[in-house]
Write a protein that binds this ligand. Structure first.
Ligand SMILES: NC(=O)c1ccc[n+]([C@@H]2O[C@H](COP(=O)([O-])OP(=O)(O)OC[C@H]3O[C@@H](n4cnc5c(N)ncnc54)[C@H](O)[C@@H]3O)[C@@H](O)[C@H]2O)c1
Length: 382
């Protein structure tokens, strides 16, 4: 099968991610069957798509003619799974992040979809191999990991499960290109794939600083804001939701290394229901909108490059595992976040300095995961 054979798509789950993934495929002219478990959930997904498309039409980014076609024929809302997948050449699953639910969904789709249909999961963390194992077509199962909001963020990670075929990977890659997005291949389904995995150690360091309590979140965010970043790291944690950070920590601690365990401050916040922006309070107070960050509070006790070097160190681990190539790291992170890539930022730092810095951080914070890898010592990060 080739990309030209992919004509109809099914998106399973019409929530935050599903409706956005569907919208992107519709904008590329694909017929999209959008399924959720209740009519009201599908209707909500459809209305979110229509509202977003209306804005894009008014800005001249989508043609009125395409929007009319989307409403009259291209977008097909469904509640029955069979109705959604029966005609689909590619299915993208975006149901909640619960393995049993994903497996149940893939098992049912396997029986209802045509034999040629490729299945993709938008999971942020789970192993594609484990999801694929429930089907009789593991070679046709891949990961297509979009970023939130899917309409805006350019990156889609195209993930190979242990049994995914080269043909399925190629179709996934080409499909992402046809959706005007940037595909990056992840050749092994390592925990967190590229973007979430490479950025995780900075989260560990930020948690350690919080728990120590000597420097306050505002003091570090002020440093970041004073160099022109739109948001500091702690405000970003609040913005995304401290529960997301908490669950991510639990998963990484279990699957990669106990050092990824959630810090005490964040855990207490989550237990108190203070999840950040969505609850009005987290590390900052959001009751009157975005927190005011006083730039005069910027600390000189912390160097932002520490956040970068621990991430670069982690990047070398997944490169060594064969998940991706060095140049994919920045390509992925720049297109997922709109920020700068960590590899470009350390290009001029000598291996001996990187090594010393990471050894210092590992000792200072008691974190084995910060210890420099052989690739760092050998200068294989630039
Ligand atoms: N939100 C993010 O930032 C983000 C980013 C990348 C990937 N993801 C991943 O995308 C997936 C979906 O996350 P989300 O944020 O869109 O969640 P969400 O809760 O907003 O949406 C999930 C939708 O799936 C529906 N659903 C539940 N069971 C279903 C079933 N059996 N069939 C069809 N629909 C079903 C729910 O009713 C809901 O509308 C998860 O795997 C998540 O990890 C999320």
């Amino acid at each position: 099968m080739k990309i030209e054979d992919i004509k109809s798509i099914a998106v399973i789950g019409a929530g935050d991610m599903g409706h956005g993934i569907a919208e992107v495929a519709l904008m590329a002219g694909y017929k999209v069957f959008l399924r959720d478990i209740k009519q009201e959930f599908v209707d909500k997904g459809v209305s979110r798509i229509n509202q977003s498309l209306e804005k894009l039409v008014s800005k001249g980014k989508v043609e009125q003619g395409l929007f009319d076609r989307i409403r009259s024929e291209l977008l097909v809302p469904c509640v029955e799974l069979g109705d959604a997948v029966r005609e689909a050449d590619l299915v993208i699953e975006a149901v909640p992040e619960i393995m049993a639910l994903k497996q149940e969904t893939f098992g049912a789709m396997d029986k209802l979809a045509p034999a040629h249909t490729i299945f993709a999961s938008n999971t942020s963390t789970m192993k594609i191999t484990e999801i694929a194992a429930i089907t009789k077509r593991p070679e046709k199962v891949i990961g297509l990991h979009y970023f939130n909001p899917a309409v805006l963020m350019k990156l889609v990670e195209v993930i190979r499960g242990e049994k995914s075929s080269a043909e399925s990977m190629q179709i996934g890659y080409d499909f992402v290109l046809r959706n005007a997005k940037v595909p990056v291949r992840v050749e092994k389904d390592v925990a967190g794939f590229i973007v979430n995995r490479v950025q995780a150690p900075a989260g560990v360091l930020l948690n350690a600083i919080l728990d120590e309590g000597k420097i306050q979140p505002e003091q570090i965010d002020a440093v970041m804001r004073s160099i022109g970043a739109p948001m500091g790291p702690y405000e970003t944690m609040d913005y995304t939701g401290l529960d997301i950070s908490y669950h991510g920590s639990l998963y990484f601690a279990k699957t990669i290394h106990p050092d990824f365990a959630c810090g005490k401050v964040i855990q207490a916040k989550v237990e108190a229901g203070e999840l950040g922006k969505k609850t009005g309070k987290g590390l900052f107070d959001w009751s009157n909108g975005r927190p005011e960050i006083d730039l005069s509070k910027a600390t000189d006790q912390f160097d932002l490059m520490d956040l970068v070097v621990v991430n670069v160190n982690e990047a070398t681990k997944i490169i060594a595992e064969g998940a991706c190539k060095l140049e994919d790291i920045d390509l992925a992170i720049v297109n997922a976040t709109g920020g700068m890539g960590p590899m470009a930022l350390v290009k001029n730092i000598e291996p001996a300095d990187m090594t010393k810095r990471l050894e210092g951080l590992a000792a200072r914070w008691g974190k084995e995961i910060f210890k420099p890898t052989q690739m760092i010592k050998d200068g294989q990060y630039r």
